[in-house]
Design a protein around this ligand. Structure first.
Ligand SMILES: O=P(O)(O)OC[C@H]1O[C@H](OP(=O)(O)OP(=O)(O)O)[C@H](O)[C@@H]1O
Ligand SMILES: Nc1ncnc2[nH]cnc12
Length: 182
């Protein structure tokens, strides 16, 4: 199943031209959600490498993480905590823990926030995302976990595009490398 899923992910992925004259292509991952077999397989595949670490919660960042996080959480039988960004237009109220990322793959420092009441000491956190490039957003999420007294057990991503040493250091597992997407 893992090999079959990986093949389907590659087939359904597109690099697209965002507008005429654009200097680079952008990723279009929407085909992954449109295909029912892929959609059903993603949660179980993302959590498989981390089951033995016994995560108690999944944390994922806006906006794609709000789709993938619940798929992973339901596969594990745990809850999901969204990490919000100020641009969401729907920032939560109440006590929040914030962290700012180092510059990410687009050179942005991203602010991320999690509700304090949903993350705390004793939580073992699996971070889930669609794509890890510089791991800047992963670092910000680990900082939030540390500030809340929670322990990040690692990160599961569909596409991993960071150096192997960094992936090993941050316990990042990817279903595919960016190179496999052509
Ligand atoms: O490894 P990094 O350099 O931190 O980059 C990876 C992050 O950037 C993208 O998200 P983006 O902020 O573009 O949000 P999106 O889910 O709305 O596309 C991607 O989904 C990851 O969250
Ligand atoms: N969605 C994405 N996140 C991170 N890096 C990318 N490179 C291309 N698409 C990307």
């Amino acid at each position: 199943m893992a090999a079959e899923l990986r093949e389907r992910l590659v087939e359904l992925f597109r690099w697209v031209d965002p507008d005429p004259g654009a200097s680079h292509l952008v990723s279009d991952i929407s085909g992954w959600w449109r295909d029912p077999v892929t959609l059903a397989a993603l949660g179980p595949a993302l959590v498989a490498p981390f089951r033995s670490a016994r995560p108690t919660v999944v944390v994922a960042p806006a906006v794609t993480g709000f789709l993938l996080g619940p798929l992973a959480a339901t596969a594990l039988g745990v809850g999901f905590v969204p990490a919000h960004k100020p641009g969401d237009g729907r920032l939560p109220t109440g006590p929040l823990t914030w962290a700012q990322s180092p510059p990410d793959f687009r050179g942005r420092r991203v602010d991320l926030a999690v509700r304090d009441r949903h993350l705390g000491p004793g939580d073992r956190v699996l971070v889930v995302d669609d794509w890890v490039a510089t791991a800047a957003q992963v670092r910000a999420l680990y900082d939030i976990c540390a500030a809340r007294g929670a322990e990040p057990v690692g990160t599961s991503t569909i596409v991993g595009d960071c150096p192997p040493a960094l992936a090993a250091d941050l316990h990042i597992h990817a279903l595919l490398t960016a190179t496999e997407l052509g």
